[in-house]
Design a protein around this ligand. Structure first.
Ligand code: GTP
Ligand code: MG
Length: 437
């Protein structure tokens, strides 16, 4: 029942798009071009060659084939002449559209959705991401199974009898649905254990999440800040699952950075749900670090897309800072600064510049420290575990030994102060005064 086409390196694709004011994401020439360039990057990520392209301006779209049959025949001739292995349309196509277009063009037809699914599938590392992408693939496949079996469905079978094709189709649908259910059950279990880990973490850490458009430099920043080697590549969706790294083990509480999957505009519907689950880890973040490629002419659109997705995820209210990356690639930095002046709390950096990264690191740490309140505590000597909690989770600014215990002046985030079980040892100003007289 192998159905979606397995894309191979070095195949040749002929890409097709439209400009039409009624087609979301393709309303203007500029929008279609931007999306088309993205499609080329997506194909480059899969190491597929783009050997030809066509964009048609069309007022009224054909519901069965999007483009008109004359245009499709012309595309087919050109694509065959340049030895294309298939056509790739820069938007999601329905099963019957795929069938109709391939009937006219006599070529294999793929859409933007399949290309993205393939990349996600190749780049998924964690079990959770792998399962999530399998589910997305099966959901994409389910309504498209018809096109595989319709050529049988008219054979055999009289009135009231189902043809061989139809029976097979029902069987296949049942198998696919059952597989989706099995994966969803596995995913649910994984999410439960992830939430348990999350609970543990949020008790004792502060978290910042790197978010932003694909290829902006999130993983590079994480690697440089945390001295790790998460995969960072000049590929779209190099990262498709969230990873957690400690930014600094010596800040109290420890700071965790999360690297997340990149965003993309016009993400196909089939993928949006899966994509959201992958982003759930952002929920636990105390701060969002929105990474933007300063050298990209479409950076405003990228910010808009990222903010839209965050809003959809109900995360629009989270505090965030804008990190404009790749300043080394920008020719006119003054002009760029003017362009981004409307974004408050922003940093301009290059993840390749060690000083920039040191500054960014310091700023993130300071951001968290500024939010911490001072508290005075007195803890009897006998309570070893309370002393060690204070050592482990708080920033101690002053410590003095007294006859029955230790006085501490500490700084710690309010939510931790409430949670870690040290609050009951707090001193009122009067008690403090007494202690020192
Ligand atoms: N010139 C330049 N290139 C950079 C900089 N930061 C990152 N890059 C490059 O940009 C590309 C993408 O970087 P990644 O860190 O993988 O980007 P990402 O945001 O994690 O991308 P996804 O995982 O696809 O969402 C890589 O080729 C990096 O080497 C920078 O400051 N300057
Ligand atoms: Mg990445």
């Amino acid at each position: 029942m192998e159905s979606t086409y397995k894309i191979q390196n070095n195949e040749n694709a002929y890409i097709v798009s439209v400009v039409s004011d009624k087609f979301k994401g393709h309303e203007t020439k500029e929008e279609s071009d931007r999306s088309f360039n993205e499609l080329k990057e997506l194909l480059r990520t899969l190491e597929v060659n783009c050997i030809g392209e066509a964009i048609q301006n069309k007022k009224k779209l054909e519901s069965s084939t999007i483009l008109g049959s004359g245009k499709l025949e012309e595309i087919s001739r050109e694509a065959k002449a340049s030895e294309a292995d298939y056509l790739v349309f820069d938007f999601e196509l329905t099963a019957s559209q795929i069938r109709n277009i391939s009937k006219i063009t006599k070529l294999k037809v793929l859409d933007r959705c399949q290309i993205i699914l393939e990349i996600f599938s190749l780049h998924a590392r964690s079990k959770e991401a792998k399962i999530q992408i399998e589910i997305s693939k099966l959901k994409y496949l389910l309504p498209r199974l018809t096109s595989l079996w319709t050529h049988f469905s008219k054979q055999k079978g009289g009135i009231g009898l189902k043809g061989e094709g139809e029976q097979q189709l029902e069987l296949d649908r049942r198998i696919v649905r059952r597989r989706i259910q099995t994966y969803e059950k596995q995913l649910k279990d994984l999410i439960i254990s992830r939430n348990e880990r999350k609970k543990k973490r949020s008790k004792s850490t502060l978290t910042a999440a790197l978010v932003g458009y694909t290829n902006a430099g999130k993983s590079s920043i994480l690697n440089n800040l945390c001295q790790t080697d998460n995969l960072s590549e000049n590929k779209l969706f190099a990262t498709v699952d969230s990873t957690f790294r400690t930014l600094t083990p010596d800040t109290k509480p420890p700071l965790i950075l999360i690297d997340t999957v990149g965003f993309l505009s016009n993400l196909p519907n089939t993928l949006i749900e899966g994509f959201k689950t992958t982003l759930e880890s952002i929920e636990e973040a105390d701060l969002l670090l929105m990474v933007i490629d300063l050298s990209d002419p479409h950076l405003e659109k990228h910010i808009e897309t990222t903010e839209e997705v965050l809003k959809e995820l109900d995360l629009g209210h989270k505090e965030k800072i804008y990190i404009f990356n790749k300043k080394d690639k920008v020719e006119n930095i003054l002009k760029a600064k003017v362009k981004i002046s409307k974004y408050n709390k922003s940093f301009i950096i290059s993840s390749l510049d060690t000083d920039d990264m040191k500054d960014l690191r310091r700023n993130i740490i300071e951001y968290f420290l500024e939010k911490q309140n001072h508290h005075d505590l007195f803890v009897p000597y006998s309570l070893g575990n309370v002393h060690s909690k204070i050592e482990k989770f708080t920033n101690i600014e002053k410590r003095t030994n007294h006859e029955n215990g230790i006085y501490y002046r500490i700084r710690t985030p309010e939510h931790l102060y409430d949670k870690i079980g040290i609050k009951e040892y707090s001193l009122s100003p009067e008690e403090k005064e007494k202690l020192f007289t």
